[in-house]
Design a protein around this ligand. Structure first.
Ligand code: NAI
Ligand code: MG
Length: 360
């Protein structure tokens, strides 16, 4: 089968980590007989330098016409780069917002997985980690407080600011369907997180999620209030499989969950629309402080490519092969600088990519 992938290396360490993800995809293609075709797309600082804007219409069109997008990261050293001496809509990150909006990527999927080999890096006690944890946070990305009506004005002589948390049933339904679909490929458990004891939007959220759940009788659904969820994530993270939640709750909870896994260089993510289309990228940025040194950790990007295989292409076996290869390499003691600890074998970005590709 042939798959057209739009590849956006971006800035900083972007090209280095994307190179390693392609290495691994090429090996998957060879072993399992798939033809991955890449089209290079410019975005961020490199697009500003070449075309004067962070994302051209043509680049967005190329992304739209592909089967999925693999992204490194965009942006430079914010305090010290010419890219930031301009209006916000011409800065590198504006390309990111434009492509998310242009592709209608409303479902943000962030796995939080603790590798046994890296459990030293986890800030939780061993007795809490237990057998480890492996969860996915499904965050709604294009609604809620971030997109609701807002204004600031004087009311009776007092400055007053208003933000609005709005959701309609269609927006809730489509993200819930995504969450249940993903739960079906995992341990079949959805925890829907809301604040239904206070918010109307949460009560609607709960009732729509209940309705969607009827189409997934194999999936166990439970509801949890967001403040309790924040507590449960550090008390008993092993209980979660898929957490489904609205935009701002998801923003906060996904940062909390990601930190209990230890290192930013390990965290993958996907943003999807209603179809199988998705944009896959590491959770970290372009790390200008270590760019060009061949020391960045490529694993977050490689695991993002594995998510692409699973969620956009339905290649579950191939995705698992990539994840097992990563686990194997960690088990053998290979570490990039960010996850290095004494007694391990320190490797470069390219060496880490080679080691993972070799084990597929
Ligand atoms: P960052 O995630 O790029 O870096 C934070 C720290 O983590 C740095 O010390 C960096 O060296 C380290 N780090 C990040 N990824 C790593 C990896 N794979 N291996 C080893 N170490 C790694 O965040 P920062 O410094 O706040 O932002 C740098 C630039 O990236 C900015 O221009 C920012 O706007 C942009 N950015 C872009 C994102 C995207 O394209 N999706 C997301 C976040 C930030
Ligand atoms: Mg955040």
């Amino acid at each position: 089968m042939k798959y057209n992938i739009a590849v956006i290396p971006g800035d900083g360490i972007g090209p280095e980590i994307i190179g390693e993800a392609r290495k691994v995809l090429d090996k998957v293609g060879m072993v399992y007989g798939h033809d991955f075709q890449y089209t290079n797309v410019l975005m961020g600082g490199i697009s500003i330098d070449t075309h004067g804007v962070p994302l051209t219409d043509e680049a967005l069109e190329t992304a739209k016409n592909s089967d999925s997008v693999l992204l490194g990261a965009v942006g430079g050293d914010v305090g010290n780069s010419k890219w930031y001496d301009v209006a916000p809509n011409l800065r590198p990150e504006a390309g990111l917002l434009a492509i998310r909006k242009g592709l209608n990527l409303f479902a943000n999927i962030r796995p939080a997985y603790l590798y046994k080999e890296l459990s030293d890096a986890c800030p939780l006690k061993q007795e809490i980690i237990g057998d480890g944890f492996d969860m996915v946070i499904m965050r709604e990305l294009t609604g809620g407080l971030y997109f609701g009506e807002r204004h600031t004005k004087e009311v009776d002589g007092v400055m007053t600011a208003v933000d609005t948390l709005t959701y309609n049933e269609n927006e809730i339904r489509r993200i819930a369907v995504k969450a249940f679909d993903i739960a079906m490929k995992r341990r079949k458990k959805v925890t829907s997180v809301d604040k239904a004891n206070v918010l109307d939007s949460s009560r609607l959220w709960r009732s729509v999620v209940e309705e969607v759940a009827k189409d997934y009788p194999q999936v166990m659904l439970s509801h949890m209030l967001v403040d309790n969820c924040a507590m449960q994530l550090v008390m008993n993270p092993g209980q979660f499989d898929v957490i489904l939640t609205e935009n701002m709750f998801g923003d906060i909870l996904s940062d909390e969950a990601s930190m209990i896994t230890g290192s930013i260089g390990m965290l993958s993510s996907a943003s999807m629309n209603e179809s199988k289309f998705g944009m896959y990228e590491p959770s970290h940025g372009s790390a200008p402080d270590i760019a060009g040194k061949n020391i960045a950790n490529p694993i977050a990007t490689i695991l993002s490519a594995a998510m692409m295989l699973r969620y956009s292409f339905d290649l579950d076996m191939e995705a698992s092969a990539v994840e097992s290869a990563v686990e194997q390499v960690l088990k053998e003691g290979y570490r990039t600088a960010d996850i290095y600890s004494e007694g391990c074998k320190k490797v470069t970005t390219a060496e880490m990519g080679d080691l993972i590709a070799k084990r597929i």
